[in-house]
Design a protein around this ligand. Structure first.
Ligand SMILES: [Zn+2]
Length: 360
């Protein structure tokens, strides 16, 4: 039977339109019967663990989507900004509300791409990843140096989840786990674990600013492509995630072990060159032009800048004459999504036992 996140009757319209991380999580949780069967947990305020250890941007607000009001119905295929939703949500934990753990995992999975990681000073080299946001969502090596801390972002949030569960706050346990899953999924994205092909850099035919533009444009194009496929209800992606999650749940993979996490990251990195050159060679200047307004000197976060260009990129990628060029990406991406599903399945399954306990 065909089912998709965007037409699941168990989810209110006010939570849409839906974005990639929500699809990744949704199809992964859907194949974990023990997780889907967990009873509702009471919504609670944020225990604010680790505020000193892991600073959060002052711009960030914890919304509570359990308390929602539908305000509009945006076009699924035309929405590229995570902030734009069909509803408004409470800014305080609502009293007396309960929610299923799988829903918490799905609806908060985009949260790390809003404000928690923006406008922070984390490292002197963070400009290379487009700012503090990219720093926490990526990790790659370039000319002998390592940029970004995404594995740490994952591990910190996984630990916060454990702490919340241990203290009887299952709701925040799941919510922290949802954030952890975001960073983990990011690490399965080739563009988050590699910046550009080595030879491309060695040619030195571009200025630093041009290089920044090309790399950001191709990275963002790939994100636009994947998200559009999910929103179209593209079956191979759904099947890949479900297959991966089912395998991951029984694999007994320990993601706190460096070897497990590193082999997952390495696999993702391996795909980078092929996808990078496919975009560059098949879509070329037209696609790069869609990102012409990108500027490395801009005060705006790279992610915020690229959002604006996403709509024009989607138009180019999915116009009819370009359709056959997507086959190559479809095949590679389905393989990538099996790997992402596998780690998400392993992560979620490992929390199913302690997640049942809510000592409120
Ligand atoms: Zn991210």
């Amino acid at each position: 039977m065909e089912f998709h996140l965007h037409n699941d009757p168990n989810l209110p319209v006010a939570w849409g339109p839906w974005f990639s991380h929500e699809y990744l999580t949704y199809y992964s949780v859907k194949s974990l019967d023990s997780l889907m069967a967990l009873p509702q947990v009471p919504v609670k305020p944020n225990p604010r663990y680790g505020d000193n250890l892991w600073p959060i941007s002052p711009k960030h607000i914890d919304y509570y989507k359990e308390n929602w009001r539908e305000t509009c119905k945006l076009d699924l295929l035309q929405t590229f900004d995570y902030k734009k939703r069909n509803g408004e949500y409470a800014t305080e934990a609502p009293q007396g509300k309960k929610i299923e753990p799988w829903k918490v995992l799905v609806i908060y999975s985009t949260e790390p791409d809003l404000y928690p990681d923006t406008d922070l000073f984390l490292h002197k080299n963070q400009k290379v990843t487009g700012g503090s946001h990219g720093w926490r969502h990526m990790q790659f090596r370039l000319l002998g140096a390592t940029y970004g801390i995404a594995p740490e972002s994952f591990l910190v949030h996984r630990e916060l989840a454990e702490l919340a569960f241990g203290n009887g706050n299952a709701y925040w346990g799941w919510r922290y786990l949802s954030r952890a899953a975001h960073y983990l999924a990011d690490l399965g994205n080739p563009f988050h674990v590699k910046a550009l092909p080595g030879l491309f850099l060695a040619k030195k035919m571009f200025s630093r600013a041009d290089l920044f533009k090309i790399v950001s444009a191709i990275h963002q194009s790939y994100e636009v492509y994947v998200e559009r496929r999910f929103r179209e209800g593209f079956e191979p992606f759904q099947e890949a995630l479900m297959e991966g999650a089912r395998a991951g749940q029984s694999a007994g993979m320990d993601l706190t072990k460096k070897t497990s996490l590193n082999s997952y990251i390495k696999k993702a990195r391996k795909w980078h060159n092929r996808i990078f050159y496919h975009f560059l060679n098949e879509f070329g200047q037209e696609l790069l032009d869609a990102f012409a307004s990108m500027d490395s000197k801009s005060k705006l976060d790279a992610a915020a800048q690229t959002n604006r260009c996403a709509a024009s990129a989607a138009k180019i990628l999915f116009k009819e004459e370009n359709y056959s060029k997507l086959d190559f990406l479809d095949k590679i991406t389905a393989g990538i999504l099996v790997d992402v599903g596998r780690v998400l399945g392993a992560l979620f399954a490992s929390f199913c036992v302690q997640g049942q306990v809510d000592r409120s």
